[in-house]
Design a binder for this molecule. Structure first.
Ligand code: AMP
Length: 287
């Protein structure tokens, strides 16, 4: 049975979502950017391009089995979906922001009747109700930041990542409602009935994300330094050590290292008398 997977068709999540699928080994063929859906070559998978905000509903209804979207969109839709994988991109916070000049410092300063512009009406409503604040929610489909300037609202609830858009519009955040990142979510029934296909794609994408944070490091190291080398690389089953033809004093070592440790590791190996040090990217890593 074909696995239907939704991917954001444009916007902030589109590029990285497609990149993850391609790197996972899914062949979307030529011209996928212009298509509304694509049958993945050699796999019983259909990739459907739709708006990130529509994905929770399509997955919940069962029209689509799994999808990539932001946790913020899932929470706003209020659908009961199964989270399958954090994708570690699209990081942002849904925050309450006020004009710098408003003098509002925290939620307690917000008066009843305050007008809140947001494209997250459901989450905003729940949040202010939980704080016992009677506010008027004004539903906008985008550009909430401009609403206080236009006099349409007093404050906003919007997504913030770097905070630069808020700054440009002379707004400051006073509190966060939730944190969000891109995730793979699934329809609860489909996750069971299409278990193998779902696991196949989730594991592939995970292997790409893990691989991106690692490097493959190779070096010829003095044999008498092997203990030291082994202590240096304790993770991931330790280094693989191989003999070098015609050399009794040196061995070849291969190891997977965290990207952040590459700089120190190479310098330390050099200091130990290693040579022929190479670092290579890893495409996928399945532990
Ligand atoms: P789109 O509206 O299609 O560009 O997608 C917006 C999604 O990107 C949101 O639902 C979030 O999950 C994510 N995102 C990450 N950072 C931000 C940001 N600063 N502003 C808006 N969306 C963001």
């Amino acid at each position: 049975m074909t696995l239907k997977m939704a991917v954001p068709n444009k916007g902030r999540l589109n590029e990285r979502a497609v990149e993850l699928l391609l790197r996972s080994g899914l062949d979307l063929g030529e011209g996928w950017g212009r298509r509304l859906y694509v049958n993945v070559r050699n796999q019983d998978i259909e990739v459907i391009f739709v708006r990130a905000q529509d994905i929770p509903e399509f997955v919940a209804s069962g029209a689509i089995d799994i999808g990539i979207t932001g946790e913020d969109q899932i929470a706003e839709a209020g659908e009961d979906l199964e989270k399958l994988l954090d994708l570690d991109f699209g990081h942002c916070r849904l925050s309450v922001a006020v004009p710098e000049a408003s003098g509002i410092k925290n939620i307690d300063d917000i008066k009843d009747g305050c007008r809140v512009a947001t494209s997250f009406p459901s989450l905003a409503k729940k949040f202010f109700a939980s704080k016992k604040k009677k506010v008027d929610i004004i539903n906008v489909s985008g550009a909430a930041e401009i609403m206080p300037y236009l006099g349409v609202s007093d404050i906003i609830v919007d997504l913030v990542s770097s905070g630069s858009t808020l700054k440009t519009n002379r707004l400051v955040t006073i509190c966060d409602i939730m944190e969000s990142q891109a995730v793979i979510v699934g329809n609860k029934k489909a996750v069971k009935s299409k278990k193998d296909a779902v696991n196949g794609i989730v594991n592939s994408v995970r292997s790409v994300i893990v691989a991106e944070s690692k490097k493959y490091l190779m070096a010829d190291v003095p044999k008498d330094k092997l203990d030291e080398v082994q202590r240096m690389f304790p993770g991931m089953a330790g280094p693989t050590v191989m003999n070098i033809a015609g050399r009794d004093d040196m061995v070849a070592m291969h190891v997977v290292v965290d990207k952040k440790d590459v700089y120190d590791s190479v310098n330390a190996l050099k200091k130990m008398g290693a040579h022929g040090i190479l670092t290579l990217p890893i495409e996928r890593l399945v532990p």
